[in-house]
Write a protein that binds this ligand. Structure first.
Ligand SMILES: Nc1ncnc2c1ncn2[C@@H]1O[C@H](COP(=O)(O)OP(=O)(O)OP(=O)(O)O)[C@@H](O)[C@H]1O
Ligand SMILES: [Mg+2]
Length: 500
């Protein structure tokens, strides 16, 4: 179906793709694997017409094509599910799907037809979605379904999926894979990008590894293992779970009593939730997304109103205080929606790192910002967290997805907060970076920070937690000690079955 030949792409200070050859056959899943910043998204954006290659050619079914824009790509039946969603927040699902489609009747009647077709596709591929819902109200997992439906609606034969599973629950991932397999059975070709090796092994037919813009290996899935792929990707052995020395559990650092919080749709997202996190422990919050995790975390951070109950950080009442005030009381917060509310796209890496620290005495000199200290601090964090960027003055939007995330983690985890709330801390980062982030979380635990880690990745929950709390419909339905917890038990609670 597809042959990309000798693709080279340069950005200022970066060789993002270097003479890359890449092919996809009809009916196969070809996976692109590589560290953050390796050039995967860039190659796919070239294929989708978002970037122009400096050198190289693209052939579709043996014919040379020029793809200057996504419109060209769509005309060639290429679809793309982006790493960062491209939906218009203020429009409905149906309006987003209809956007850019030729219309020969009135918009209103068109929308009815569009909604009907959406429901048809949704039913066929198990992508439950309400065509009338407004996008800003949708959770990330639902937004992605809209993106997939949008591509299916345009009859994409070649579908690019740039980290589609990063935002999905394990159950949703299983469902997605069934959908994707249906697509390849129809003879469609898929390009898959993921940092989760077990997914890569489960879905791929072929795997190509990119390293610093260059292809360094290609293997069929048969015979590949997580370890062999990790080695190909990073060039060294990677620890898939961190060493966790025992620490003494301290007093309660985060105390939540009877917390209620509204969701975006005016629903009760959190309903009288009680929870305590102790200094020196990692409390893992397991749960299917959309059960109040996001609203709870935002309420703790002062980013969303609590309608009832109280939150105390280090013994101090912080309920409905401003985010800045909550932060001053010792909270650090790693958000789940990185580019949306974790970073400012047009600000430089250095400015993003300084965002929360601009009143910090360390960076002030006679009341003015001390640029030398700021620079040193930024450089140190960029180095420690291996944020791949040409310079610290590069705007955040030019970084690869995983590197934006590492930048936010560097900022939030650089101090020693009393309480750290980390939502999906390793979502979208490569395995080398995940290893480092896990190590840092364990270090912060040793420094007595109380850590609440919200994660849909059960491997991660089990690898890091001291206790595991399961959230269901806005309440903690059970808490178990990591030592005695089993996956079956946690899985049942995630489905709403209360423990004995
Ligand atoms: N618009 C841009 N301007 C400047 N540099 C860019 C731009 N887009 C990407 N880059 C750079 O090109 C390199 C490759 O980035 P790319 O987004 O392709 O990585 P990736 O493999 O998709 O990584 P990740 O796993 O983190 O998503 C990175 O060094 C990135 O900073
Ligand atoms: Mg990418």
């Amino acid at each position: 179906m597809l042959e990309m030949r000798g693709i080279t792409k340069r950005f200022p200070g970066v060789l993002a793709n270097h003479r890359v050859d890449f092919t996809v056959n009809a009916g196969e899943v070809h996976t692109l694997l590589g560290e953050n910043g390796a050039g995967k998204s860039t190659l796919m954006k070239i294929l989708y017409g978002l970037y122009q290659a400096d050198e190289g050619e693209i052939f579709l079914s043996g014919e040379r094509v020029e793809i200057h824009s996504p419109t060209d790509a769509i005309a060639h039946n290429i679809g793309m599910i982006h790493q960062h969603f491209m939906l218009v927040e203020t429009l409905t699902v149906a309006e987003n799907v209809a956007l850019g489609l030729p219309s020969n009747r009135g918009l209103r009647t068109d929308l009815d037809a569009v909604s009907e077709r959406i429901e048809e596709l949704a039913g066929r591929y198990g992508l439950a979605i309400d065509p009338g819902a407004v996008v800003w109200q949708l959770a990330v997992g639902q937004r992605q379904r809209v993106e997939i439906i949008k591509a299916l609606y345009r009859d994409a034969q070649l579908l690019i999926l740039d980290e589609p599973t990063a935002v999905l629950t394990p159950q949703e991932v299983d469902q997605l894979f069934v959908t994707l397999r249906q697509m390849t059975d129809d003879g469609r070709g898929l390009i898959f990008i993921s940092h989760k090796l077990h997914e890569v092994l489960a879905l791929s037919d072929r795997i190509t590894v990119l390293r610093q813009g260059t292809i360094t290996g290609q293997v069929p899935v048969e015979g590949a293992t997580r370890e062999s792929l990790a080695l190909m990707m990073v060039g060294r052995q990677v620890k898939l779970a961190p060493d966790k020395p025992p620490v003494e559990i301290g007093e309660v650092a985060l105390e939540i009593r009877g917390l209620s919080v509204m969701g975006d749709r005016g629903d009760k997202a959190v309903r009288g939730l009680n929870l305590e996190v102790h200094a020196g422990e990692i409390l893992g919050i397991a749960g299917v997304s959309g059960n109040g995790q996001r609203e709870m975390a935002q309420a703790i951070a002062g980013l969303r109103q609590a309608t009832a109950g109280s939150i105390r950080i280090g013994g101090v009442e912080t309920t409905n205080h401003t985010p800045a005030d909550v932060r001053k009381n010792g909270l650090a917060y790693v958000t789940e929606g990185r580019l949306r509310d974790g970073a400012i796209a047009d600000f430089s890496v250095s400015e993003n790192i300084l965002l929360i620290d601009h009143t910090d005495k360390r960076y002030l000199k006679r009341g003015l910002l001390d640029f030398k200290a700021i620079k040193e601090h930024s450089l140190r964090l960029v180095d420690e967290y291996a944020v791949k960027t040409p310079t610290i003055d590069t705007p955040a939007k030019n970084l690869s997805g995983g590197n934006i995330q590492k930048m936010i983690l560097a900022r939030e985890m650089s101090g020693t907060p009393t309480v750290l709330v980390a939502s999906q801390p390793t979502r979208g980062v490569d395995i080398g970076a995940a290893e480092y982030i896990h190590k840092r979380l364990v270090q912060q635990r040793a420094e007595n920070t109380a850590i609440m880690m919200i994660s849909e990745d059960l491997d991660e929950v089990f690898a890091l937690s001291d206790r595991i709390a399961v959230i269901y419909e806005g309440q903690i339905i059970g808490i178990v000690d990591r030592q005695t917890a089993t996956r079956e038990q946690i899985g049942l609670m995630m489905a709403g079955v209360r423990p004995e």
